[in-house]
Design a protein around this ligand. Sequence first.
Ligand code: G6P
Length: 611
Amino acid sequence: MCGIVGYIGSKAAREIVIKGLKLLEYRGYDSAGMALVNGETRIFKCKGRVEDLEKMVSNSDFNGTLGMGHTRWATHGEPNELNAHPQVSHKGNFIVVHNGIIENYALIKKHLQGKGIQFSSQTDTEVLANLIEHLYVEGDLTAEEAITLALNRVEGAYGLVIICTKETDRLFAARKGSPLVIGVGDGENFIASDATPIVEYTQRVIYLKDDDLAIIKKDELVLKTVRPKNIEPEVKEVDLKIGEIDKEGYAHFMLKEIFEQPRAIHDTFRGRVLPDHSGIMLGGLHSELENISRAEKVIIVACGTSYHAGLLGEYIFEEYTRIPVEVEYASEFRYRDPIIKNGDIVIAISQSGETADTLAAIRIAREKGAKVIGICNVVGSSIPRETDAGVYTHAGPEIGVASTKAFTTQVTVLAMMAFEIGFLRGTITGDRYRELIDELVSVPSKIEKALQVNEQALELARIYQNKRNALYLGRGYLFPVALEGALKLKEISYIHAEGYPAAEMKHGPIALIDEDMPVVVVATSDNTYDKIVSNIQEIKARKGSVIAIVTEGDEFIRKMADYVLEVPETLPPFSGILAVIPLQLLSYHIAVLRGCNVDQPRNLAKSVTVE
Ligand code: G6P
């Protein structure tokens, strides 16, 4: 994880770097640091947030027109000032910020220690800084040569920005596995882990590819590879506006993103549903549509919330296309020699497009002959670039670490794919296809309605905020929603929560139920309605406290449950998108009342670019 920002030009680098790091804090926030160059080079580092770093640098009047900064999510070494980045080589010639893991660092460290080189941190990054310097000094190399040689000796993943204190007219940047984007300005250039810190200054960007080495000067940009072959930079226009990354009056990004869902889902299907609702056209899938519709098996791989969207996708896909679907955590898939035949389709789902396990799963699937389809939010991220075809969710930047609009837009894409392929395969009729599309188009306005439970969710949060555990139950399409509801609660409020298929309750979790156990039952489904009603009765018989998510006007469950939150009626494939809204709001309010850092919960990061 970790966020990186670098600047070279004629403006004051300090402010640009701090502002950029704040936008990247979703990637990690346990310590922060920066380097500024103005004749001499100064390093500022501290444990804590970017705002602590900001306070620290504001006590100094030092600034520069070249600078770089880092916000960290610790992998090697606890979060403290010494382990914060930048890391400086022992003779001070190289200053490095790094996102990723140098896997063979221990071996290299031992080798360098054998040469008398001392280390002051526990980081793998300091090892790399010292390796570069060792090669630079011993081999009498240029900075570029030393960096290139060092990068050929390390294993693992990196997004790196490096300053050589003897060549301060340039920044060096290199990528392998961890994302880096160059912003191409006029007489100035930028580098960052994603485009958000850059778009205020320029829309022209270059996404670095694995093994790229960029030499970035204020008015010159040279792109090389650490392997022996130079490459032509490919400049792209980034479609991201600065206003899209503000909180826009909301207390937190998470709340803003929950309320953005009607717009986000509309953007997901906009231009893809034919104006007369007679069909869906997913342009990004065009080249693979025939292959997908002939597939004998679809495997969905993802992590975290995206995995829950995948589970919902399985239900939708199997119902409408009748193609068997398996869903797997990418981290499991990658290490178990999965069975894939030529012609199998693997769908990788990822908000960030950078999750290391999902990327690794894609590579394995492709090696084994699968066609890989990506469903991603971040345009130009690694996953869309490594897949055969794909669909962007167009949810807009998601900054809150707890994923909300990414989930509902991912499910929207999966539903659209299933309907389009089902129609092509003849597993749904034209009438059913149009009926589903009509309903899809009405989902944003139904979410607007579902969002009206916000005040009630706050009331319930007041009642339940001090609980230590919670159980979430659902059946069918609503089982993945129970899992997602439980994940939202635990990740931002630190209350232990478990999601379960409602019928499985009697095989274990029922033993946990007493008057102190809140049970959230997602009960909007129609085909298992009677069964879930029985489950609610079983909980009430054991004095559990039931919060039920129900369809508008459901007076029957209202009488049984302690509290209900209503959502509008919809067709089954969209029931999860609506039912998750009250669960997102409930978790949000509980976390706020408990004084938790909602947008940046402890120990988590938005984009997990390490294993
Ligand atoms: C992290 C985030 C989650 C996210 C998961 C997968 O754990 O905190 O919100 O669901 O990564 O991320 P992806 O970007 O691949 O969807």
